[in-house]
Design a protein around this ligand. Sequence first.
Ligand code: IPM
Ligand code: MN
Length: 353
Amino acid sequence: MKTYRIALLPGDGTGPEITREAVKVCNAAADKFGFKLDYTHYDFGSERYLRTGETLPDSALDEFRRHQAMYLGAIGHPDVKPGILEVGILLKIRFALDQYINLRPVKLYRAEDCPLKDKKPEDVDFIVVRENTGGIYTGVGGVVQKGAGIEVATQVMQYTRPVVDRCLRYAYEYARRRNRQKRLTLVHKCNVLTHCGDLWVRAHQEMGDRDFPDIEQDYNHVDAASMWFIKQPEWYDVVVTENLFGDIITDIAAMIQGGLGVAAGGNINPEGVSMFECMGGSAPKYTGKNVINPIAAIAAGGMMLETLGEDAAAQAVDLAINQALNGGQIKSLAAGRMGLGTAEVGDLIASLI
Ligand code: IPM
Ligand code: MN
């Protein structure tokens, strides 16, 4: 039987609870569609860091490379200074495994979960392709005269043409494969970021003209996109943007699809090992209470199956989520107000596979 090796990093806080439900549903899909998922568990996260001072050793990266995909629950802990686990684990994996695409579907399953007036599921259904290893996240820059009162800090947004091009190519191809409005909206700030913005704008246009004449080229400044996501989400089909802007606008987008309880994402290396995660954090205050919403984590599992090439299984996961949400048992997407527990939501979705 076809078997996929998955590196599983449940992580911190509610991470293990939601990972359990994602595994439950993915296994149900694997049973139904005739393949197997073979998980290797890793305990990277705050507990291990607080115990040993280690975030993620390089040797783990070599182990990850021997898997077909990775699945991450959540990382973050109130006792660990911001940046240590994010940079030491999450960003380290994204960079080392060259997961250069962050794919974030924005899909509303039921109108009642949308905070926007009169928007229905067909109005909120697009995907953001966020460049995931470049830009200001590379950390180029530094500090001089720290604490001296005249301290200078720089953090540089840097992009090379190949890094921009490979992201755009992925996004254009996605728009073609998706075959909906066939529109690729580039989001940037070329009216102010006249170097990086101009690079993205030219690359977007040149590639579109040359290789994707069937895809409509569209452009929004990032501030305008933040407004249009709220005002007219139905305009969007595939959105492509640089790293930091993508980080910010996908949090906005998560809200119009019903919140972090349903927002999933994939850190994709189209030629290598990809890692799937929900967009929400480790939610310490909900930990261990069986109240966190596992749907985003389950949807991330579905994205993992799709990337592994198990399209039918991935579609079954999406359909099961849709049916569960529209079946009347799940009252709200908010933690603690679902009307069912975390494990019960997982059971329900697994049973619908
Ligand atoms: C995300 C997160 C990360 C990011 C953090 C935790 C480093 O906000 O995945 O969106 O900024 O990319
Ligand atoms: Mn973010």
